[in-house]
Ligand binder design. Structure first.
Ligand SMILES: Cc1cc2nc3c(=O)[nH]c(=O)nc-3n(C[C@H](O)[C@H](O)[C@H](O)COP(=O)(O)O)c2cc1C
Length: 294
């Protein structure tokens, strides 16, 4: 399903339909939704975060901590994507306070139970995205739990919760974990070029790789391509138009600004352009600024 491939990682507030569509266009071989709350789904909310019907090779990522809600949400979500991914890596306080995300790494019995029950009830593959541990690196124990409960893959962001995004992702841990991991092992963390992803697969023996921050404003990372300025301009406007279709203009502009900063990285007049971003209030404002990019 994922082996040998390079895909787009889940990112809350970023990897919506428009973002995924642009990344697919430039070579992302699979994608994930943003994380979706199981409690919201159980209350019939957040259905708008599900993939669109025509999307292929997409995992729906769920977060939460209650086993019954995971089952109920999984039963709903499985009809909208190709597989279900359990978020056991999110380090954000608001999430771990409720026992979700990386807090599940402190309660491996619970994580095991969630996997086991989803595997029992669902008809689609079930994978898990984790970090190396909560405080300490206990990745071997985590992998053991995950494969004992018959998950279909595991993705490891090679940092602990405590590290948040500090330091460097410990890619060597992928090769070490590969020794005991019998299911497909995906790597996440500090992949900033296409070549980084290849190194993780070829040298560090990851079965597949996912890219998060390195894709913000750089969907070309998936095809190892250097776009010219006209292609960058065209892609920005296409990205924004896709978002407007889903959110309307006002919400799109608010949501897109952080992505726009990514698109300007490395451009000659990036600083000048960035100073203007807070003043963008409409598509027309944005288009004017995009035309000034060089
Ligand atoms: C803004 C942002 C939002 C994220 N949201 C999610 C999420 O919803 N679910 C998840 O599993 N990981 C999430 N992550 C973690 C990424 O998927 C990835 O594992 C991490 O950023 C390390 O990869 P990178 O160095 O390529 O960014 C998020 C990361 C960022 C920067």
């Amino acid at each position: 399903m994922l082996n040998g491939k390079i895909g787009l990682a889940p990112m809350a507030d970023y990897t919506d339909f428009a973002y995924r569509e642009i990344c697919r266009e430039y070579g992302a071989e699979f994608t994930f939704t943003e994380m979706i709350s199981i409690e919201a789904l159980v209350r019939n909310k957040s259905f708008n975060m599900f993939p669109k019907e025509r999307e292929k090779n997409i995992g729906i990522q769920l977060f939460g901590s209650n086993v019954d809600s995971f089952i109920k949400a999984g039963l709903i979500a499985q009809h909208y994507g190709d597989w279900i991914d359990i978020n056991a890596g999110c380090p954000v306080k608001k999430v771990i306070k409720k026992g979700a995300g990386s807090a599940l790494l402190k309660d491996l019995n619970k994580l095991g139970e969630i996997i086991r029950e989803l595997k029992r009830f669902l008809d689609v593959p079930v994978g898990v995205k984790v970090r190396l541990g909560f405080e300490d690196d206990i990745a071997e124990k985590i992998i053991e739990t995950i494969q004992k409960n018959k998950a279909d893959y595991v993705i490891v962001h090679t940092r602990t919760q405590k590290q948040l995004y500090s330091g460097k992702a410990n890619w060597k841990r992928i090769r070490e974990l590969k020794r005991i991991c019998e299911i497909p092992l995906g790597a996440s963390g500090d992949i900033y070029t296409y070549n980084d992803a290849k190194i993780l697969m070829n040298k560090y023996e990851a079965d597949f790789a996912i890219i998060a921050r390195g894709s913000i404003g750089n969907p070309w990372i998936f095809s190892n391509k250097n776009p010219d300025i006209d292609e960058i301009k065209k892609t920005i406007l296409k990205h924004v138009k896709l978002m407007i279709d889903d959110y309307g203009e006002e919400r799109t502009i608010r949501r897109f600004k952080k992505i726009f900063i990514g698109y300007t990285k490395g451009l000659k007049n990036a600083r000048e352009i960035r100073n203007q971003i807070p003043y963008i209030n409409s598509y027309d404002d944005l288009e004017k600024i995009v035309n000034e990019l060089n």
